[in-house]
Design a protein around this ligand. Structure first.
Ligand SMILES: O=P(O)(O)OC[C@H]1O[C@H](O[C@H]2O[C@H](CO)[C@@H](O)[C@H](O)[C@H]2O)[C@H](O)[C@@H](O)[C@@H]1O
Length: 388
């Protein structure tokens, strides 16, 4: 148990005097240089003609690209931090005082969950499947699938991903779950009418012909995303290793497999393309540029929407838990923290600036955590049965 934590979900688990500050240069998502400045959301249309490098340097894209998803060793090298491995361990454990492991804090979490309905929200890449070079090969292990399947037997469970919804449904392969693709802009639920008074809801059928309910708040952007996707494919086709994905309501430009010397070119090409699409904006993920509508919807909004649709919006009765690893998951962590509603759990083996409450190191710890929830629920169920 972590000392100093009150029963409030919002309370910081660490007393202030114990919090250890980490130098911003050690944070891949720190406020300096790599943060999502206003200018990065609203694609600036330069008044004067600037050079290619000036453009991408001034809007911070290059910095953000370099610092997204760095391997542990490179992270330290990039920031010119000459530290021994003991020091990096120290930095990580200092960070964990602010974001304790959800495994070592497991008892505390289930104490807080006692008497509440727990709802589970899971990101896909980097959370359920490890990060790999080829997005098409980001497969979930059978053990992970079985952990998610079991969790969903006891708790409403949703996958909230930046990917195309159909794609992530195929990768996960569990039709009983709720899915939100395109960073929450494409929601599918197996049983419920997803109305909530919103328009853009439809009844439909999934690939197995099962009835499902759809909520797609950004349909007006479909033709625009299709066009920007085709333009991005065309403009970047000469760069070895670039991979552009169409996620229906957003598009991704991957540069993980591109020689770093060509990153400024990619940044500039995407920047140029977006000048013709003022209603689209750019966000950064792990070695990926994400092109999204300028539309007030994100993973946080998707979580709120699902909680409401599933009748789980009473804070005192429900504990939502969101597990994710990426910048876009911060929108959901923020909703849970700000609304004093539930726990965000960040998956990261390195310190990151985050609104998540707890942390897990990697996908194998995510699996352990999910299995722990199932065991907890089964034990409670069995002990209730034996006392009746
Ligand atoms: O919200 P998520 O489910 O985490 O999706 C975010 C992006 O995930 C995928 O890209 C990331 O994972 C790839 C496979 O491990 C990796 O190659 C890539 O570098 C990562 O950025 C997906 O391909 C993207 O389209 C998603 O936006």
């Amino acid at each position: 148990m972590i000392s100093g934590q009150t029963s409030s979900v919002m309370s910081d688990p660490t007393p202030i005097k114990e919090r250890v500050g980490i130098h911003p240069s050690l944070m891949p998502y720190s406020q300096t240089g790599t943060s999502f400045s206003k200018g990065m959301y609203n694609i600036p249309i330069p008044k004067k003609k600037t050079s290619m490098l000036e453009d991408v340097l001034s809007n911070g894209w290059l910095d953000a690209m370099k610092s997204s998803s760095p391997p542990r060793k490179k992270l330290l090298k990039d920031f010119n931090v000459a530290v021994a491995s003991d020091d990096t361990d120290f930095v990580y454990s200092s960070w964990m005082k602010k974001h304790p492991s959800a495994l070592t804090s497991f008892e505390e979490i289930i104490d807080f969950a006692e008497g509440k309905k727990v709802a589970i929200f899971l990101d896909y890449d980097g959370t359920l499947s490890p990060i790999v070079d080829d997005p098409d090969r980001a497969l979930m292990s059978d053990d992970m699938r079985s952990a998610v399947r079991n969790v969903a037997k006891y708790f409403p469970t949703a996958i909230i991903s930046g990917r195309n919804r159909d794609k992530v449904c195929d990768l996960v392969g569990l039709s009983e779950l709720h899915y939100a693709g395109s960073h929450g802009m494409d929601i599918m639920s197996p049983v419920h009418k997803l109305s909530n008074g919103h328009s853009n809801t439809n009844d439909s059928t999934d690939k197995q012909d099962k009835e499902v309910s759809l909520f797609q708040p950004a349909t007006e952007f479909l033709p625009m995303i299709d066009e920007v996707f085709r333009t991005l494919v065309e403009k970047t086709k000469g760069i070895k290793g670039v991979n552009v994905e169409n996620h229906k309501f957003c598009a991704s430009v991957h540069y993980r497999n591109v020689d770093e010397k060509n990153w400024p070119t990619i940044a500039q090409l995407v920047h140029e393309v977006l000048k013709s699409f003022p209603r689209l904006r750019l966000t950064h993920g792990r070695k990926v540029l994400e092109v999204r509508p300028v539309f007030d919807w994100d993973k946080g909004k998707a979580v709120e929407f699902l909680l409401e649709s599933l009748g789980l919006s009473k804070c005192e009765e429900v504990l939502p838990i969101f597990i994710g690893d990426d910048k876009t998951d911060e929108d959901a962590f923020r909703v849970l923290r700000n609304g004093n509603r539930g726990y965000g759990i960040i998956v990261s083996p390195i310190p990151k600036e985050t609104k998540a409450f707890y942390s897990l190191r990697d996908t194998s710890e995510v699996k352990q955590f999910l299995e722990g929830l199932v065991q907890w629920k089964e034990q409670r169920y069995n002990s209730k049965r034996s006392t009746n």
